[in-house]
Design a protein around this ligand. Structure first.
Ligand code: HEC
Ligand code: HEC
Length: 440
């Protein structure tokens, strides 16, 4: 750059001057002004030249210093090679290890070694029963999974769902679905309570697992679950899983050329996952079931409008709370019982509503229950068992209700009410009294 400028400038200046003189001889008056202008330009060009030289000098200095740095690094490397320092991977120390870290201690390995195999191998020593488990479960698990493992809102349900696995909407729970009890122990011990994993002791975990079994009617409350009998425990769905042998049995069929004859002309989307509303965007317990169904939806194609139904508004908390019994009745013994019953009814609220405007949730509304025909609420999809009871015209009276609430599945075999029952007779009496007050 600076070189070519050097070479060019005198030529340019000379040509400019020669040109200026020629013009001066022709137009004497304007000639002087032209010369002044050309001289000014010449000065400008000289100025540019100076700054270009300065820049070039700076660049050259930078190049020199970089060059020096490279030499420095090369020299250092050469020196390390010369003094025998290994520039590649650390050499294995003679025992064959990499010579870093230390051997993990037995306690450290044990702390990570929590997996449990189906036959019970890996279980820590311990014992627990459903009776103790109920209390721990209420404390640590019920806020999400419900007092009876029935699941609050959309948190996982852990109990019931037996004989639904073949249905369109199977209820897959620990009781109905899980083939090995070891998984329950392992999963709970390893990862629950959600957000507080690793805080349960082995005995607490045995007790909780026993309680989950109890909630599933798989044991009675005296059963003592231990590291010795857990592996041998037979789950309801133990034979429900098969070894995946599709590679051997079906793979060849998949590889055949696809049949492209007689194809449907039009494909239509008939359902979107939003109808099955799962977890609400904001999470937690405010979730609502979406009441929209596929029927009556606009049909839409890939180009057509997207149709996303709004979730049903959540029923007002107030509508769930029954009218305060004190207002309806005199302050007698019945009132007190009903008040106690209202508290017990909290166990039912996840699934049932009562009072003005009560709607069906996952269970039917329970207004005016006593004297009502079983399975009679319009628009509620009862199990076959309750449908049969309705056909027979069976009526809810206090005895029937007491028997049902004490052991739902005992009273009504095949009911889909995922509730293991009220253990205390006093609770049954109280809730019956409360339900008497629950009307439209
Ligand atoms: C804060 C809410 C919360 C608490 C408290 C909680 N869980 Fe869970 N639990 C969850 C969630 C969420 C899942 C699903 C996790 C997943 O699928 O990754 C789950 C899954 C489970 C499952 C597996 C269910 C299935 O079918 O896949 C079991 C069993 C379980 N929890 C047991 C417990 C036990 C026992 C406790 C108490 C010691 C407990 N949980 C406490 C939220 C909770
Ligand atoms: C996990 C949800 C759930 C819980 C908790 C629950 N129920 Fe139910 N309940 C249901 C379902 C579902 C049905 C319908 C049963 C069927 O069709 O087999 C039902 C049915 C009933 C019926 C029969 C209604 C009729 O129309 O014949 C009564 C009575 C009842 N429940 C009372 C209660 C009471 C009282 C509690 C609390 C102590 C309770 N339930 C707890 C889900 C629940």
């Amino acid at each position: 750059m600076s070189k070519s400028l050097n070479f060019l400038l005198p030529g340019l200046g000379g040509a400019g001057l020669a040109c200026g003189l020629a013009v001066a001889s022709m137009y004497h008056n304007s000639g002087e002004a032209r010369i002044a202008l050309l001289e000014e330009r010449l000065a400008q060009v000289e100025g540019h030249e100076t700054s270009a030289r300065k820049l070039a000098k700076e660049e050259a200095a930078r190049a020199t210093s970089l060059e020096a740095k490279v030499q420095e690094v090369q020299a250092a490397a050469a020196e390390r090679i010369a003094t025998g320092v290994n520039l590649t991977a650390p050499a294995p120390v003679p025992d064959g290890t990499l010579g870093i870290g230390r051997v993990a201690q037995a306690e450290e390995i044990a702390a990570w070694d929590v997996d449990v195999l189906p036959d019970g191998r890996g279980l820590p020593q311990g014992t627990g029963n459903a009776f103790d488990g109920e209390e721990i479960f209420a404390d640590r698990c019920a806020s999400c999974h419900g007092d009876f493992a029935e699941g609050v809102d959309n948190w996982p349900v852990l109990a019931g769902g037996f004989d639904t696995l073949g249905d369109k909407d199977p209820v897959k729970t620990v009781g109905s679905y899980w083939p090995h009890l070891s998984t329950v122990y392992d999963y709970v011990y390893r990862s629950m309570p959600f957000g507080e994993a690793g805080t349960l002791t082995p005995d607490e975990t045995y007790a909780i697992v026993a309680y989950i079994l109890y909630s599933n009617d798989l044991i009675d409350d005296e059963f003592e679950l231990t590291h010795e009998n857990l592996g041998a425990f037979e789950m309801h769905n133990k034979d429900g899983f098969i070894v995946d042998d599709r590679i051997a049995r079906e793979h060849s069929a998949w590889r055949a050329a696809p049949c492209m004859e007689n194809c449907k002309e039009e494909t239509r989307v008939t359902m979107r996952s939003v109808f099955l509303v799962g977890t609400p965007p904001e999470g937690g317990t405010e979730s609502v079931m979406n009441t929209a169904t596929a029927e009556g939806l606009p049909s839409f194609t890939a180009e057509g409008p997207s149709f996303i139904p709004a979730a049903a508004p959540k029923a007002e908390e107030d509508a769930q709370a029954a009218p305060a019994p004190e207002e309806d009745q005199a302050a007698d013994e019945g009132t007190q019982l009903a008040a106690a019953g209202e508290k017990v009814f909290r166990k039912c609220k996840a699934c049932h509503e009562v009072g003005a405007g009560a709607k069906n949730k996952s269970g039917p509304q329970l207004n005016g229950l006593l004297g009502r025909t079983m399975g009679a609420v319009d628009g509620f999809a009862y199990s076959k068992a309750f449908q049969a009871a309705f056909e027979e015209g069976r009526i809810w009276d206090e005895d029937a209700l007491a028997a049902f609430l004490a052991k739902p599945k005992g009273f009504m075999k095949g009911t889909k009410m995922l509730f293991s029952g009220l253990r205390k007779e006093a609770d049954v009496t109280a809730i019956t009294e409360y339900l008497k007050t629950a009307t439209e």
